[in-house]
Write a protein that binds this ligand. Structure first.
Ligand SMILES: Nc1ncnc2c1ncn2[C@@H]1O[C@H](COP(=O)(O)OP(=O)(O)OP(=O)(O)O)[C@@H](O)[C@H]1O
Ligand SMILES: [Mg+2]
Length: 280
């Protein structure tokens, strides 16, 4: 009998616009998946800003060569150095705090040097496939249910590699006019990526964030998203919420920081929707 090896679902959190809560969404979704549903989650920080690495409470400068960029570049051929493997860089965050959350999240961290690595990768043949290869050869991958990739807002090899490796994409959009105006560009960019790099990647959904029910503009944007992208927009709205904004400076997700805040409740509901869509 042939046994197929279980593979996790790889979800990119991506938007070509900066500051749309990609990092916030990646980490909060990971914590909700793990703490509420017992899912085993690996997060990958694919941004030289290392926002996810920091938000999880780690100092990117401490990793030396044990970060995602070194997994992507060849060092073994030219200078005899061994290529760093995915298994070598993964660190575990244990979450156990007074809010009675208990779970672990694994992280493939990033640091600023990833920007340099992206330039090196640019000279390779099949440069967009580096992350996919690294994951394919990673024996420990099968222990995860989900891999969540926090993407950089900048076009480049980090994003291309993330989209090439991904099965699904979540696009976070903030409830502001500029974000909505940029959405067609983001979606066109995604359509091009699908065509040229990874035809099997699908949109899991668009998430509307930083929704402020007191502002008419927020309501208008929510309505426009619901009409224009009815099929894919998530029902959950992530509110503008001070606890969400405060949590990263404590190295925490909002679910760890203030479990009963509106932000935490919304992220848990969003997670339920994500898991439901994955069942279909
Ligand atoms: N629901 C929210 N309520 C209040 N503040 C929020 C909310 N979501 C995100 N923020 C804040 O918005 C800022 C941008 O969020 P984040 O870093 O997650 O965006 P990003 O898309 O990852 O940015 P970049 O494109 O630079 O990687 C952060 O300061 C974050 O704390
Ligand atoms: Mg970010």
């Amino acid at each position: 009998m042939v046994h197929s090896i279980k593979k996790p679902v790889i979800i990119d959190i991506w938007n070509g616009k900066g500051g749309t809560a990609k990092t916030t969404t990646t980490y909060n979704l990971a914590v909700a998946m793990s703490s509420e549903h017992g899912k085993k989650v690996l997060c990958i920080d694919m941004d030289g800003q290392a926002g996810l690495t920091r938000a999880m409470g780690f100092d990117p400068n401490k990793f030396e060569d044990k970060y995602i960029g070194r997994v992507l570049i060849d060092t073994d051929k030219d200078d005899g150095e061994k290529r760093v493997k995915m298994a070598d860089i993964i660190i575990t965050k244990e979450i156990k705090n007074k809010e009675k959350i208990s779970c672990t999240i694994d992280l493939a961290p990033s640091k600023e040097a990833l920007y340099m690595d992206e330039m090196i990768i640019n000279n390779y043949n099949l440069r967009e496939s580096r992350l996919k290869w690294a994951l394919d050869e990673f024996e420990g991958l099968s222990k995860y249910d989900y891999v969540l990739i926090d993407c950089s807002p900048n076009p480049g090899q980090a994003v291309n590699n993330a989209l090439m490796a991904g099965d699904r994409v979540i696009i976070p959009v903030t409830a502001e006019a500029m974000a909505l105006a940029g959405l067609p560009t983001t979606l066109n960019g995604f359509a091009k990526v699908r065509k040229s790099l990874n035809p099997s990647i699908k949109t899991l959904g668009i998430l509307c964030l930083r929704y402020d029910k007191r502002r008419n503009l927020s309501k208008e944007i929510k309505d426009m998203l619901s009409v224009g992208f009815k099929e894919i927009v998530f029902d959950t709205l992530i509110p503008e919420n001070v606890s969400v904004a405060e949590a990263p400076s404590h190295g925490m997700s909002v679910i760890e920081y203030k479990q009963y805040s509106d932000g935490a409740i919304a992220y848990k509901s969003f997670c339920n929707e994500v898991l439901k869509r994955m069942e279909v």
